[in-house]
Write a protein that binds this ligand. Structure first.
Ligand SMILES: [Zn+2]
Ligand SMILES: [Zn+2]
Length: 335
């Protein structure tokens, strides 16, 4: 527990199996009547105990939390919220796009699993590998206690809390309903997973991502680039200051990824899966080949390749043909 700004405490919540690696930063913010919690961590006994003990260090208990803002519905941010609500009666706020997906993602998952399989199959994942990739995220379901948010965010509203006024900034890309919180007067940005100081957030095309998650992400970077920010409080890693510099690096990263994909296609046409096999990946800071990635990361890799391939088609640099139901990408011949 660390008071990063007067009235804002950064809590570190462990990740299942990995412990402190990739720990989630939740933020606890002092108000007049209750406390605001931004993100909740995974629903594990370990994360729950870590949250409880850090609340005690601040001098409060679960019952003092009056509101929980979830930056996005990934399990590391949303998983524990239901359990906190059981103890606090806190109101949970989530963007409307993701509120609509809670049921299909965490409760009645069959339809989403089928859509995921269809997408992976169409993009070249071989049948023997398909079930593993399709079901790779089912295991994390045990670390989420689904709760329907009471407050629906749209972006643009202001959450008044104690001496803070947080503007909700809708930043789709990493996830379709991702939000950042911006304190204009204090020049503080709670960036969620939209912008992290070291890791490049995964941007993937999947059944709930919308048609152009990378385009959305780059647009969301431009939105945040337009804000006057001195201090960034991200949901992983550490607090940092040079936001504009980091945004430049993120643009650069995606430009390089697109270039790597195009040079792969120059050697011959391929599906998103085949492209994924040929470009390098980074997992927890370590460069890896596709074959060495765990199943969930393989799936994220194919979806990330896809998120870069589709804009390349829209830009006229690549094109697709369908071969027996499979979508094959190639470099577009110069007209
Ligand atoms: Zn995330
Ligand atoms: Zn995260």
């Amino acid at each position: 527990m660390n008071e990063v700004v007067p009235g804002i405490y950064q809590l570190k919540l462990p990740v299942p199996l990995l412990g402190d690696q990739l720990a989630v930063n939740a933020y606890l913010i002092k108000g007049d009547k209750g406390w605001l919690l931004v993100d909740s961590g995974w629903n594990t006994n370990q994360a729950f105990a870590a949250l409880g003990s850090q609340l005690r260090e601040v001098g409060i208990g679960f019952e003092d939390i009056s509101q929980i803002v979830i930056t996005h519905f990934h399990p590391d941010h949303y998983g524990l919220a239901g359990r906190v609500v059981e103890l606090s009666k806190a109101k949970v706020a989530l963007h409307q796009v993701e509120k609509a997906f809670i049921d299909s993602r965490y409760v009645n998952m069959d339809s989403l699993l089928n859509q995921t399989a269809d997408l992976l199959r169409a993009h070249g994942v071989p049948e023997p590998e398909l079930p593993r990739l399709q079901r790779a995220s089912v295991g994390v379901r045990q670390f989420v206690l689904p709760i329907s948010p009471e407050i629906t965010l749209h972006g643009g509203e202001v959450i008044h809390h104690g001496r803070f006024d947080f503007e909700v900034v809708w930043t789709p890309g990493h996830s379709p309903g991702h939000v950042c919180l911006y304190e204009r007067a204090k020049k503080i940005l709670l960036s969620g997973d939209h912008i992290l100081p070291n890791t490049f957030p995964n941007i993937g095309l999947h059944p709930q991502s919308g048609e152009d998650p990378l385009g959305n992400y780059l647009h969301s970077l431009a939105v945040v680039d337009g804000l006057d920010v001195d201090l960034v409080l991200p949901a992983h890693e550490h607090v940092f200051t040079a936001l504009k510099q980091r945004i430049k690096e993120l643009y650069q990263h995606h430009t390089e990824r697109k270039a790597a994909i195009i040079s792969t296609l120059r050697e011959g046409p391929g599906t998103a899966y085949q492209v994924s096999l040929q470009i390098p990946w980074i997992l927890n800071g370590v460069s890896m080949s596709f074959e060495d990635l765990p199943s969930l990361d393989k799936r994220l890799a194919v979806m990330s390749a896809l998120a870069h391939l589709e804009p390349l088609c829209a830009e006229g640099k690549a094109e697709t043909i369908r071969e027996n139901g499979t979508i094959v990408y190639s470099v577009r011949a110069i007209q």
